[in-house]
Ligand binder design. Sequence first.
Ligand SMILES: Cc1cc2nc3c(=O)[nH]c(=O)nc-3n(C[C@H](O)[C@H](O)[C@H](O)COP(=O)(O)O)c2cc1C
Length: 429
Amino acid sequence: MEYSRGVAAPQASRPRRPVDPAAPLAGAEIVVAIGGGIAVYKIAEVVRRLTKADAKVQVVMTPRATEFVGPTTFQTLSGRRVFTDPWDLGQDSEIGHIQIADRAELVIVAPATANLIARMAAGMADDAVTSVLLATRAPVLVAPSMNVNMWNHPLTQKNLATLVSIGTHVVEPGEGFLACRWIGKGRLAEPADIVEAAAHVLAPKDLAGRRVVVSAGPTYEPIDPVRFLGNRSSGKMGFALAAAAARRGALVTLVAGPVAEPDPHGVAVQRVETAVQLQAAVEAAATGADAVIMAAAVGDFRAASEAAHKLKRGELGATVALELTANPDVLAGLGAARAARGGAGPVLVGFAAETRDVVRYARAKLAAKGVDLIVANDVTEPDAGFAVDTNRVVLVDAAGEEALPVAPKRVVAHRILDRVTALVAARAT
Ligand SMILES: Cc1cc2nc3c(=O)[nH]c(=O)nc-3n(C[C@H](O)[C@H](O)[C@H](O)COP(=O)(O)O)c2cc1C
């Protein structure tokens, strides 16, 4: 944006403290600015989640917002006096809208009513919320919530476009049954999604513009139309890696085997079923990628032939022999292709799920597949491996081994990405 005609440009945002991408909300000064819509009650959950993530929350409310839920609720949840009126000299001398605006690292506007969005777009400063918003240099995240016709109104869309044009982030409303009894778009995004969007805005973007491919989950190899050979992979580690890379600014393609995990925010997801399908999708996405992280548990074998109809118990004997064919080794294929190009190509990361001699097998895998990093874990440990939410891994590369402490998979994902980020930067130079 050009600032001309003698209008001073706003100062650049304040210098940021170092932020751990695994916990970007911890210690962050976050203003929750509440507009006067029916969804105000849901903001109690937003504030609770933010404080649980160790954010320091300052709630600011418009006069209309206080008619839906009183400030006492938000004061109790945030542990700070709620700011509602810049004209109340008691409030303003105690906290002051300029001070609130200045110390904020992020302002979340939720629910952003049609009226509040219009006042923001017009640059007004006629109440506590708009005064803080106009005075802040922090990034702003708006979560709109309104009747579907208000949402679709060209003026609302124009006002939102104005906000987006100055860098405002938007958490889109959902579709469904609205409080006004209309069905359509306009329902406030879920509190968990608003908090995740806030983490997204605050996280360092050290993978900005990088293309990262992640594979996740098991493969299912059909035996007949109703049976398959599969494995116990839940996909949780791969999905956590994809979400974490997107949070750090990467353009992420996630190739996922059959799992129940929902698509991570901001990630292009391709669902596949068999190893052969997974190989095709990963190899296509790997062209021009900066890193490929193979977290999928790709089946080593498939049935040599798939029966056209369900195999019947009565037509088979007491023992049945199933002939298997080896599946392609996707990671080794990527390593060999890179070697054939004289080493040009993406950073390659593999996973080794072992049940014994974890590091020895991981080191052998590193060499055999020609990759940069192996993330190894012992899947027999109760707090590691398939289906659990935590993992305990050892990072094995040419230089040595690093055992990470047991942690939630979303945290382990960031520690793996710390390595990937460094490897990508090293290859780029
Ligand atoms: C019961 C009730 C519910 C309302 N819910 C919403 C809503 O969800 N979204 C919205 O944009 N406006 C809603 N409104 C209208 C706003 O309250 C009105 O535009 C108000 O001026 C917005 O104030 P603000 O700018 O402080 O947010 C509602 C009004 C009433 C009476």
